[in-house]
Design a protein around this ligand. Structure first.
Ligand code: AMP
Length: 194
């Protein structure tokens, strides 16, 4: 299997690139943010809980997020691989994912970390907020809290994969196709050695 963690701060372009990557490599896209938003729209119990965190730009608790992610993986029994987008966001999530995938006889192949500087992120998120209607993209104080949460709780997840020689930093500035080509180059190199 080819299991990719697509990593980076909010606004780094993970969702955009994930859409292109799943088409090229036939992978299943699992975005925890998208799954939470679908639950919020459907007014499920999980959605109500998630909304109280998402609206402030805070992380949904690990236990809830991990359980939800694992249930989503279980649904795709015939997948040739997954793109995890927005997950793991904490070290306990990374550890849980590792244990879970191991129980399925597989593992993360590579973490692709999109690198974009903070000023550019804020600019991109505010622009996205105008089109997407996402409340957490429209308020600068929520955006800065999300970036703070990323720096304080999520950035460290890169070390988890670096320690396993699975961390690859990708320049996340440029055109969508330029960035996509950078990602594909690393994946293709990696696939040869799988
Ligand atoms: P995203 O669409 O990835 O930007 O996620 C939107 C929001 O959903 C985040 O700001 C968090 O509140 C929540 N969220 C998404 N993924 C996770 C995760 N792996 N762990 C905790 N909270 C998450």
């Amino acid at each position: 299997m080819l299991n990719i963690v697509l990593f980076g701060p909010p606004g780094a372009g993970k969702g955009t690139q994930a859409e292109k990557l799943i088409a090229k490599y036939n992978l299943v896209h699992l975005s925890t943010g998208d799954i939470f938003r679908a639950n919020i729209k459907g007014e499920t119990e999980l959605g109500v809980l998630a909304k109280s965190y998402i609206d402030k730009g805070n992380l949904v608790p690990d236990e809830v997020t991990i359980k939800m992610l694992e249930a989503e993986v279980e649904k795709s029994t015939n997948a040739v691989g997954f793109i995890f987008d927005g997950f793991p966001r904490t070290t306990p999530q990374a550890e849980a994912l590792s244990t879970f995938l191991e129980s399925k006889g597989t593992s993360i192949s590579v973490m692709l970390a999109l690198d974009v500087e903070e000023q550019e992120l804020v600019k991109r998120l505010l622009l996205r907020g105008k089109d997407s209607g996402r409340a957490d993209d429209q308020d600068e104080s929520i955006i800065s809290n999300r970036i703070k949460v990323y720096n304080e709780q999520t950035a460290v997840v890169a070390d988890f994969y670096d320690a396993q020689n699975k961390f690859q930093k990708i320049d996340g500035v440029g055109s969508i196709d330029e960035i996509f080509n950078r990602l594909c180059a690393v994946i293709d190199k990696h696939k040869v050695s799988l």
